[in-house]
Design a protein around this ligand. Sequence first.
Ligand SMILES: C[S@@+](CC[C@H](N)C(=O)[O-])C[C@H]1O[C@@H](n2cnc3c(N)ncnc32)[C@H](O)[C@@H]1O
Length: 200
Amino acid sequence: VIVAKSSLNSDFFAPAVIQDIEQAARAVNFTISSDVPTGSLLRTLAATKPGGLLLELGTGCGMGTAWILDGIDATARLTTVDSNAQFSAIAQRFLSGDPRVTFYVGDGEAFIKSQPPAHFDFIFADTWPGKFHHLDETLALLKPGALYIIDDLLPQAIPIEGHLARVENLITTLEQRNDLHITKLNWSSGLIIAAKRAHS
Ligand SMILES: C[S@@+](CC[C@H](N)C(=O)[O-])C[C@H]1O[C@@H](n2cnc3c(N)ncnc32)[C@H](O)[C@@H]1O
């Protein structure tokens, strides 16, 4: 049997800083960074928003942040939010030299409530507020045509109490909205990409 070598392989061409972030996250036992395929997807989607305003809810140690920054152009701006100062400080150590990113250390819920409606072109919701609660408020922050991305929808390597039920509820809620076009990706950690419809 001859097996053709496919270029559809797992080469993701990660930005160099990813390795440093991985190492720093490991040193503080932070095990919930976005994986490489998700990072690559974030970079690709972020690149569709030149001059855009992007938001990441849940900075962690900066893995998603680094990939998004690798995707956006010089005029786009990213705000990333985390309530944990220690994790955010790790991300800032590697990424705060980039003038396009602003680090907000504080509760995601308060941040969401402080933002004007239809403000963002891209939201990666990778923590509780914006995903499992304060969903309506977060979706209201999307401009028409903006992207809303969530990951970790498949069962987790380390089981989290109630995760499956929360995810099922979230997917049903998103499917019932008539202002979004959603695509479910049974890939990587399990993702949904939603686009805010210009007319619902
Ligand atoms: C899954 S991690 C984020 C991973 C990161 N986006 C990445 O790509 O590697 C979730 C983060 O949410 C933060 N977090 C938990 N509850 C929060 C809240 N209420 N507001 C803001 N951040 C929160 C945690 O400190 C943690 O760093």
